[in-house]
Design a protein around this ligand. Structure first.
Ligand code: 8YV
Length: 322
């Protein structure tokens, strides 16, 4: 029997191909002269997909009926229709856990940058304005503020652990209350009214689309700070531009956007927005760990039929036989 055939639709971290080398036959679809012809010719041989950012839906999977696993790079998998995959008997895996600390570090950095206007202050110095006088005092400070986490999961918890030594109190809004000491708000609007900083860590996708809209921003209020390290789709970006321009909220720190890598032009002009180019997990050690987990999922699947980190939608496919 030959090696299992794995499709890589688009470029991924090189550690994925390195880890799979010699264990599978890898089709790098984007390097093929005629990708469509390859998909048609090899449709009955391709048994797995290693996916970076490519959108994978039911239609895509219908073209590849032999596929049984999609191993996705990243903890968020909103670009993959995991329900459609499960309906077709296809397991989906993601890469949770290995990036929690890195993303939490980025979130904290972005929070400090935004609250204390550090990028703006640095630009002030570089522009030679210090000679004319000191950078203006910032309205906000971090100490003693109230942080509301939208989506308290592993990354949210890592952020909570980091902010508490700063004297920041933590509350959260999830669909369900967790067995945890932080204050729980069953309503996002209610939480926005009662915190100074709204930290978004909730997964993207249809369920959370525009959860943070004009009304939530209004509730956050004129001293409120919004930080988003999750998915741009969670925020109504046009409403955010409006709220930042009008002073409805104080400032925002963003690592993610609705239409990456395109950033709403209104955001680029705003002095009270700190903008990072989706670098939450972007270090060599963390991205390598994520790539290794993609490999581990595929290798374990081929060897034992058990993925290491399947997504919840795949659970029905993995139940042991009664
Ligand atoms: C990556 C992420 O940027 O894991 C996620 O969900 O958003 C980031 O770690 C993403 O995987 C694309 O490389």
């Amino acid at each position: 029997m030959g090696l299992p055939v794995v499709l890589m639709p688009g470029p991924m971290n090189p550690a994925v191909a390195e880890g799979l080398d010699g264990k599978v036959e890898l089709i790098r679809l984007w390097e093929e002269a005629d990708p469509e012809a390859v998909l048609t010719e090899r449709r009955d041989e391709i048994v797995a997909v290693a996916a970076g950012g490519t959108r994978i839906d039911g239609e895509f999977l219908d073209r590849l009926p032999a596929v049984r696993i999609v191993a996705s790079f990243g903890v968020g998998y909103d670009q993959i229709d995991a329900t459609a995959a499960a309906e077709r008997g296809v397991v989906v895996t993601n890469t949770p856990g290995v990036l929690d600390d890195e993303v939490a570090d980025t979130a904290l950095g972005l929070l400090l940058m935004t609250v204390r206007e550090l990028p703006q202050a640095e630009r002030y110095l570089r522009a030679g304005k210090w000679q004319d006088g000191p950078y203006p005092l910032t309205k906000a400070t971090l100490h003693g503020r109230r942080l509301g986490i939208l989506g308290l999961g592993r990354i949210g918890q890592a952020i909570a652990d980091r902010v508490e030594p700063f004297g920041v109190s933590v509350a959260y809004h999830n669909r369900r209350r967790k067995d945890i000491a932080y204050r729980y708000y069953p309503s996002l609007l209610e939480m926005a009214r009662n915190v100074d900083i709204l930290m978004i860590v909730i997964p993207g996708g249809d369920d959370t689309r525009h959860l943070v809209d004009a009304e939530v921003l209004e509730a956050l209020g004129p001293d409120g700070v919004l930080i988003n390290v999750a998915r741009g789709t969670v925020v109504d970006e046009a409403a955010l531009v409006e709220a930042l321009s009008a002073g409805t909220i104080l400032s925002a720190g963003l690592d993610v956007y609705e239409d990456e890598p395109n950033v709403h032009p209104g955001l680029l002009d705003l002095p009270n927005a700190v903008l990072l180019p989706h670098v939450g997990s972007a270090t060599i050690p963390t991205r390598t760990a994520m790539a290794d987990l993609v490999v581990e999922n595929l290798v374990n699947w081929f060897a034992y039929g058990t993925p290491v980190t399947p997504v919840p939608e795949s659970a029905p496919l993995l139940k042991p036989p009664a």
